[in-house]
Design a binder for this molecule. Structure first.
Ligand SMILES: [Cu+2]
Length: 285
């Protein structure tokens, strides 16, 4: 489940690798998630994910049975390599008859995998040559990393060409790029910066000084629900709240910086995402 690019851009594939697996009745599929992003493998789960992606916590725990007979609900629960999940791997026993079955991740509406059960007399690719499996997996990972790099280049170019714009991650539902573009932006005092999430399916926040959050404040609730907020000092807590088109249609937030200083911010969901705004004296002072 999921992949990551080896170099400096944080690209994550929202896909099962391989996406399609061929098994016999009685085989056990092991789902492993090596990264922090949570996933599930859910058979006969919810179908309204794109409409209401945030009912996902209903699916946090594994279903009572991990035996999939072709018609029943089976859910691995949250799987990831992070304290957020109880487990890094999960197994599903396939007892379904010959046929093709789909399953999906309740977190990521476009993440769908397929299990094809073949007759016992038919060899599966694993039996023919184990390397075929690895090759397919690697091919699909390489494909997604290339998509991620293209998305990153597009975001980088767009942010470069537009003044005072920070792109808060990008993605297409199958691949997510967890970066701020640019990660360091220098502006003069009094400038307003627009922060825009270009990934319609991944929630992000732009949060300054999480350590100084006050009573009754929360990083997921915008500092001002008008869509813009003025930050007066580098120590002040401020947040955009959740930016995600599919969830709440709030994909942009503006912050104004009247005072010089170095302002660090993070996305509370993704450790990879850290950014800095450097505010210099206004030219006319
Ligand atoms: Cu994020």
């Amino acid at each position: 489940m999921g992949t990551a690019a080896p170099d400096d851009i944080h690209i994550f594939g929202l896909r099962y690798y391989p996406e399609n697996i061929i098994v016999h009745t009685g085989d056990v599929i092991k789902f492993v998630s090596p990264f922090g992003e949570p996933h599930t493998a859910t058979f006969n789960g919810p179908t309204d994910l794109i409409v209401s992606p945030f009912n996902v916590f209903d699916y946090q725990d594994p279903s009572a049975s991990n035996v999939f007979d072709g018609t029943n609900y089976v859910n691995t629960g949250f799987v990831c390599n992070d304290e957020f999940c109880d487990r890094k791997e999960a197994e599903v026993v396939i007892t379904a008859p010959v046929g093709t079955y789909s399953y999906r991740c309740v977190f990521h509406p476009l993440m769908v995998g397929y299990v094809t059960v073949v007759d016992a007399k038919v060899e599966t690719p694993e039996e023919i040559d184990y390397r075929q499996w690895a090759q397919l997996r690697n091919f699909q990972m390489a494909e997604d990393i290339a998509i991620g790099k293209a998305l990153a280049t597009k975001a980088e170019t767009e942010a470069d060409n537009e003044d005072n714009l920070v792109i808060v991650g990008t993605g297409n539902g199958r691949v997510q790029v967890l970066e701020f573009f640019p990660s360091v932006l220098t502006i003069t005092a009094g400038t307003t910066v627009t922060f825009r999430n270009d990934d319609p399916f991944t929630p992000h926040t732009v949060t300054f000084n999480l350590g100084n959050v006050g009573d009754g404040e929360s990083p997921v609730v915008a500092s001002d629900d008008s869509g813009s907020f003025t930050i007066t000092s580098p120590e002040e807590f401020a947040t955009s709240g959740v930016l995600e088109e599919a969830f709440n249609q709030q994909k942009e937030y503006e912050f104004t910086f009247p005072n010089p200083g170095t302002y660090h911010y993070v996305c509370i969901y993704h450790d990879e995402m850290v950014g800095t705004i450097i505010v210099t004296e206004a030219a006319d002072k």
